[in-house]
Design a protein around this ligand. Structure first.
Ligand code: ATP
Ligand code: MG
Length: 201
């Protein structure tokens, strides 16, 4: 086949592809507040959620972030987004469950944290609410899963919600509009590399 034949075939293939893509974009014409679940054992769940925080703020939207579980307040994301107008950042944990080693304390902390999330989910001023590491609180039974799903489904119709954390339940996955499962192919931590600023925190 000559180069000219190859170019002609390529162009015809791309024209067919463009027609298919344009038609599928035209079909997707609805708008609604989405529930996204970012789960799996690989790195990139919270950082993806914070990417959407940046996008939303760029559009002048109002964002609420609830960071469950973690207690550290020295992360780059909090330092940056916490001072942006339009972003309410709440660190609502007091450490991983193996650090506190106190189930009752974890439950009380989780429930206090959920009250903050509930206020956001009931407030149409928030265009995006991020519930970072929420899956752990559900999987350990620190929060009532039915209550959480009720609160999420009763939110304002155009409000987006992003839930992150490993091992999202089938119920949460079924309930979501978009679910991504990030696979752990490799992580530098296993080569003895400690968490790096800008990459991990
Ligand atoms: P990130 O915040 O970097 O997007 P994540 O939200 O997907 O990560 P978490 O389970 O919340 O993952 O873990 C947060 C921290 O643990 C980050 O420092 C991250 O790099 C690290 N981490 C994530 N996945 C792994 C893994 N598979 N092995 C070791 N460390 C990990
Ligand atoms: Mg995370």
């Amino acid at each position: 086949m000559t180069d000219s034949d190859k170019n002609t075939r390529h162009q015809a293939r791309m024209a067919r592809k463009k027609a298919m893509i344009d038609a599928s974009i035209a079909r997707a014409d609805q708008e609604k507040g989405l529930l996204l679940v970012l789960t799996g054992n690989g790195k990139g769940k919270s950082s993806s959620a914070f990417g959407m925080v940046g996008r939303s703020l760029g559009h002048g939207m109002t964002v609420g972030v609830c960071q469950f579980l973690k207690s550290r307040t020295d992360t780059g994301e909090e330092a940056f987004f916490g001072k942006q107008a339009g972003c309410d950042w709440h660190v609502l944990g007091d450490g991983f469950t193996w650090e506190t080693q106190n189930r009752e304390q974890d439950i009380a902390t989780s429930q206090r944290g959920w009250a903050v999330a509930q206020r956001m989910l009931a407030d149409p001023r928030y265009d995006l609410v991020v519930l970072d590491e929420l899956t752990y609180l559900l999987n350990y039974g620190y929060l009532d899963a039915d209550q959480v799903l009720d609160d999420i489904s009763a939110r304002p119709p155009m409000q987006h919600v992003v839930v992150t954390g490993r091992a999202a339940s089938e119920t949460l996955r079924d309930f979501a509009d978009t679910v991504s499962e990030i696979a752990d192919v490799k992580h530098a931590y296993r080569d003895g590399i400690k968490a790096q600023q800008g990459i991990d925190l």
